[in-house]
Ligand binder design. Structure first.
Ligand code: BES
Ligand code: ZN
Ligand code: ZN
Length: 504
C-alpha cells in the first residue's frame, strides 16, 4: 500500500473513495460546499442517518457523479477535547477497513479537513500511517486452495490544500509511521507462523534478517550456551528435538555525537521470551490451553521487530536485543518436576512445574544481559495466564524496580497507543518462591502468580534498573476489538519500545 501526499482540493480528487473526518459536535465538514455538489441532499441524508461523528462510526455515500471521486466516506473521530494520537491511528485504520470493504483501490484523505491540534501534522501523519498500514495487515501465508482475500488498497493519498510546509510534515510523518508499522508487521508474521515452522533456529534466522549496517548479531549454539552455564534455558529445551539457540543483536548508533556523553542511559538491553511452542512440558497443558501456544515467542518477535525499525529511527543509544529460543516439550529427555537447574549467574532453581518455563529461560537471558553492562533492562514476555486474568486481552502488565524507568515506559506506552498497567513487585511475596532445597522454586501459589513470576526474575537482573512487561494478553487477539489489530499476532510492544528509546 502506497502512502503519499498531494496538494489538491478534495473536489478535484478522482479517488475511488474520498475520506473525510467528522468531529462530534463540530461543523468541520465543508458541508455547504460539498452539499452544493449534491443539490443539498447530503446534509439531509447525514441528519436522517443520525451520523454525528462518534468515535468508530462511519458513513458512506456514493457520489453518483456529483463529485469526481467515486464515493464519500465519513469517519467519526469523536469529540475534539478527547483527541489523542490514538484518534489519528484509529482514523487511518477505520478508513482502510471501510474502504477495503467497498473494494476501493485508490483512497484519498481530506487531510486539511482535520481540525487544528496541539499534535503536529508530522505526529498526526505518523499515527495515521500506523493505523492505516496495520489495519491492512492480513496473514495469508498458509492459505492452500482457499483463495486469500486480497482486497488490497493500492494508494492512500493525503490531500493537503495550500501549505507546502504542512505537506512536507505529513510526508515525513507517513514515512515514520511506515517504519514502525512494518516493524510491527514483522513481529506479527513471526507470532502467526505455526511452531512447526517457527523453530528456535528459524527464529534466530529471522533475527539475522534484520542485522546489517548498524546491527550486528551473535548466535549462541547449544555448545556455547553450555559453556556459558545457561542451565535454565538448556533444561527447558532438553525435551525437544530442536536444539536451543541464543540470539544477541547489537545496535550501535552510527555517529556517536559528543552530546550523548551526557546521556544517563547510553545502553539498553531488551530481553524477549522465546518459547517457540509451550506444551507445558511434562506438566502438560490441557488441549485448550495449548491451542495458541505458538505465540509464546512473542517477546522475541517484538525484539526482532524493534531491531528492524532501529536503523531507520537513527537513535543515539546502544541497544542490545537478547533471547534464548527453546521449545518446551514432554519426552523421555524432558526436564522433570523436581529437577534443579543452575542459571548462568550461579543461582539454582527447583522446577516444580515444567509449564512455568518462561521465567527459567528468562533467568539465563537476563543474567546474560547483565554481562553487557546495560544502564537499563526491559524484558517482554508472554509470561503468565494470571496477567491475562487480571488485565484482559488488551492491556499488558508492567513491573519495575526503578520508578523513572517505569514512568518513562508508561508514557511511551500512552503515546504508542499500547495499553500498559503497572502491577506491584510486592516484596513480601518473595517468601512464596523460596525453595527448600535450591535458591528459588519456579512456582508459587495460584494467587498473585503474575507477581511471583516477576519477583522470580528480579534476582537475575544484577541490580540494573529493570522493567518486566507481561504481554501474555495483548500479544494476540481473537476478538479484533481495534480496527488496526486484525485477528492473530498484534506485534504489541514494538512501538512502545521505539517510543521509549526515542525519548531517551
Ligand atoms: N506461556 C504461558 C503463559 C501464557 C498463558 C501466555 C496464556 C499466553 C496466554 C506460561 O509459560 C505458563 O504456562 N504459565 C503458567 C504458569 C503456572 C504454571 C505457574 C500459567 O500462567 O498458568
Ligand atoms: Zn508454560
Ligand atoms: Zn510459556
Amino acid at each position: 500500500m502506497q502512502l503519499q501526499v498531494l496538494q489538491e482540493s478534495i473536489f478535484d480528487s478522482k479517488a475511488d473513495v474520498l475520506v473525510l473526518p467528522v468531529i462530534k459536535g463540530a461543523k468541520n465538514l465543508p458541508l455547504k460546499e460539498l452539499d452544493s455538489y449534491f443539490n443539498g441532499e447530503l446534509e439531509r441524508l447525514i441528519a436522517r442517518q443520525k451520523f454525528e461523528g462518534e468515535v468508530g462510526s462511519s458513513f458512506s455515500i456514493p457520489a453518483l457523479g456529483h463529485l469526481k471521486a467515486g464515493s464519500v466516506l465519513l469517519i467519526g473521530l469523536g469529540e475534539r477535547s478527547e483527541f489523542s494520537l490514538d484518534t489519528y491511528r484509529r482514523f487511518g485504520a477505520l478508513a482502510v477497513k471501510r474502504a477495503r470493504e467497498s473494494k476501493a483501490q485508490r483512497v484519498a484523505i481530506g487531510w486539511s479537513q482535520l481540525p487544528a491540534s496541539e499534535i503536529g501534522n508530522r505526529e498526526q501523519a505518523q499515527a495515521f500511517a500506523e493505523g492505516a498500514l496495520l489495519a491492512g495487515y492480513q496473514f495469508q501465508t498458509y492459505r492452500g486452495r482457499v483463495k486469500p482475500k486480497r482486497e488490497a488498497i493500492e494508494t492512500i493519498t493525503c490531500l493537503v490544500e495550500g501549505s507546502a510546509t504542512v505537506a512536507a510534515a505529513v510526508e515525513r510523518g507517513l514515512l515514520e509511521g511506515r517504519t514502525l508499522a512494518e516493524a510491527t508487521i514483522l513481529a506479527r508474521d513471526l507470532v502467526n507462523t505455526p511452531s512447526g515452522d517457527m523453530t528456535p533456529l528459524k527464529l534466530a534466522e529471522a533475527a539475522k534478517s534484520v542485522a546489517g549496517r548498524n546491527i550486528k548479531i551473535k548466535i549462541l549454539d547449544k555448545r556455547e550456551m553450555t559453556k556459558l552455564g545457561m542451565g535454565g534455558a538448556l533444561g527447558v529445551a532438553q525435551g525437544s528435538i530442536h536444539e536451543p539457540v541464543g540470539v544477541h543483536l547489537i545496535y550501535k548508533p552510527s555517529n556517536s555525537k559528543s552530546k550523548n556523553k551526557s546521556l544517563k542511559i547510553k545502553r539498553v538491553a531488551i530481553v524477549g521470551k522465546a518459547v517457540t511452542f509451550d506444551s507445558g512440558g511434562l506438566s502438560i497443558k490441557p488441549a485448550d490451553g495449548m491451542m495458541t501456544m505458538k505465540i509464546d515467542m512473542g517477546g522475541a518477535a517484538t525484539t526482532i521487530g524493534l531491531f528492524k525499525a532501529l536503523s531507520a529511527l537513527d537513535l543515539q543509544v546502544e541497544v542490545h536485543g537478547i533471547f534464548l529460543a527453546v521449545e518446551n516439550m514432554p519426552s523421555g529427555s524432558a526436564y522433570r518436576p523436581g529437577d534443579v537447574l543452575k542459571i548462568m549467574n550461579g543461582m539454582t532453581v527447583e522446577v516444580l512445574n515444567t509449564d512455568a518455563e518462561g521465567r527459567i529461560t528468562l533467568a539465563d537471558a537476563l543474567a546474560y544481559a547483565v554481562k553487557q553492562k546495560p544502564d537499563a533492562i526491559i524484558d517482554l514476555a508472554t509470561l503468565t495466564g494470571a496477567c491475562v486474568t487480571a488485565l484482559g486481552e488488551e492491556v499488558a502488565g508492567l513491573f519495575a524496580n526503578d520508578r523513572r524507568l517505569a514512568d518513562r515506559l508508561l508514557e511511551a506506552a500512552r503515546q504508542a497507543g499500547e495499553d500498559v498497567w503497572e502491577l506491584p513487585l510486592h516484596k513480601p511475596y518473595k517468601e512464596l518462591i523460596k525453595s527448600k532445597i535450591a535458591d528459588l522454586k519456579n512456582v508459587g501459589p495460584r494467587g498473585g502468580s503474575a507477581i511471583t513470576a516477576a519477583l522470580f526474575l528480579e534476582p537475575f537482573t544484577g541490580g540494573v534498573p529493570w522493567a518486566h512487561i507481561d504481554i501474555a494478553g495483548p500479544v494476540y487477539t481473537e476478538k479484533e476489538t481495534r480496527p488496526d489489530m486484525p485477528y492473530g499476532g498484534t506485534g504489541f510492544g514494538v512501538r512502545l519500545l521505539a517510543r521509549y528509546l526515542q525519548g531517551l
